[in-house]
Design a protein around this ligand. Structure first.
Ligand code: ARG
Length: 400
């Protein structure tokens, strides 16, 4: 008796997920492995990936174009939540996992599989995200994670694969572990494991080095409709196009790099490098537009839950009751968050330099220091009397 009969495996085309195919069949007695490669705009040759799964022993090799859903249903939710894990990481990798999990679960239903599988190791966050998302979507499915158990070194993994006709990587493989999609790149390992060492320039592909960025600033207008980014410089863009173009425009000015020590859910601190030009600028601009269009109390309350939201996403709880409840709250807050934000891009900095909205709560006649001032200065006195009363009483009491 094998661990499962028919498995849908999340497949990237790399050595590890390729080796999972014969491993599941020969070591764990799985009868049939169906692979699923998700296209999240990572720019891989997915036709070659699809073929490779078949030559590695998959009975069926699926490719799913998830780009549009990834941006509309995942990235945009994160933008309206201003989601930055530990105030910095825009969650590019974390956001992709629940979508891939959903696709795996749907494929399992369609092909009558009793398990899903992935190639994550036991040290990272991604295994948690896959396993919990699958459990949330279909608690009856088994989850197989060969790389969590097989205990093979890189060399042993390659040797195992060669026995089953899986070629060793042709190029001397990169010392880095890289996860890439439309939202950016997450880079770990190699020399980066020393948190004292500056990341070598070679690891970056989406953001220019400051020395190579334009010597003139570039201004862009980002338009939002109910919190969702919809235009660049007044031109309507579909979600994928908008992200792709912003990555290009923003990365060209060397904006979007993050170098951080991060607390993983599994208790490990890791040194992470990210490139996420579009997401960082979109969140910055979105937050600014909220400051213009939301009342003070909603703004402050929402800022308080954004941290929780980011932790939920990071920690694999995308499909969870609290996340759904926060989404409902956040969506309600976005009704008036429409308008334009002007961003100046220059030498590694994105600076918000202007914002406009038909729903603006900014009132020039109240804010002005000029002659047209409408604010009732007299009224301030009574307000301060009442506002300060508890403090006054306390101070008198506390004289001793
Ligand atoms: N630490 C990030 C996260 O948990 C990125 C993980 C990247 N994965 C990778 N295979 N490099 O979201």
């Amino acid at each position: 008796m094998g661990r499962a009969k028919k498995v849908v495996l999340a497949y990237s085309g790399g050595v590890d997920t390729s080796v999972c195919i014969p491993y599941l069949k020969h070591e764990w007695g799985v009868e049939e492995v169906i692979t699923l490669a998700a296209d999240l705009g990572q720019g891989d040759e997915l036709e070659a990936v699809q073929k490779k799964a078949l030559t590695s022993g998959a009975s069926e090799s699926l490719v799913a174009d998830l780009k549009e859903s990834f941006i509309k249903d995942y990235a945009f939710s994160a933008i309206v939540a201003n989601a930055l894990y530990e105030k910095r990481y825009p969650l590019g990798t974390a956001l992709a996992r629940p979508l891939i999990a959903k696709e795996l679960v749907e494929a399992a239903a369609k092909y009558g599989a009793d398990a899903i599988a992935h190639g994550c190791t036991g040290k990272g966050n991604d295994q948690v995200r896959f396993d919990v998302a699958v459990a949330a979507l279909n608690p009856n499915l088994k989850i197989l994670a060969p790389a969590r158990e097989w205990g093979m070194s890189r060399e042993e993994t390659i040797a195992y694969g060669e026995k089953f006709g899986i070629p060793a990587p042709v190029k001397k493989s990169s010392p880095y572990s890289i996860d890439k999609n439309l939202l950016g790149r997450s880079i770990e390992a190699g020399i980066l494991e020393d948190p004292a060492v500056e990341p070598p320039e070679e690891i970056y592909t989406m953001t220019k080095a400051i020395a190579d960025t334009p010597d003139e600033p570039e201004y862009i207008d980002i338009g939002f409709t109910q919190g969702i980014p919809t235009t660049i410089n007044g031109e309507g863009k579909n979600p994928v196009e908008l992200i792709e173009q912003l990555n290009q425009i923003v990365g060209n000015h060397g904006i979007g790099r993050i170098d951080m020590i991060e607390n993983r859910l599994v208790g490990i601190k890791s040194r992470e490098i990210y490139e996420s030009p579009a997401m960082l600028v979109l969140i910055q601009a979105h937050r600014d537009l909220e400051s213009l269009t939301l009342t003070a109390d909603v703004t402050h309350y929402k800022r308080g839950i954004e941290e929780t939201y980011s932790q939920l996403v990071y920690n694999g709880l995308w499909y969870s009751p609290l996340k759904a409840a926060l989404d409902a709250f956040i969506q309600k807050t976005q009704e008036k968050v429409s308008g334009n934000v002007r961003v100046k891009l220059f030498k590694g900095n994105a600076t918000i330099v202007g914002r406009t909205s038909d729903n603006s709560l900014y009132t020039p006649d109240l804010a002005t220091y000029g002659a047209q001032d409408q604010f009732d200065h007299q009224a301030a006195e009574g307000f301060i009397y009442v506002w300060g009363l508890p403090t006054r009483i306390w101070a008198q009491q506390d004289r001793s």
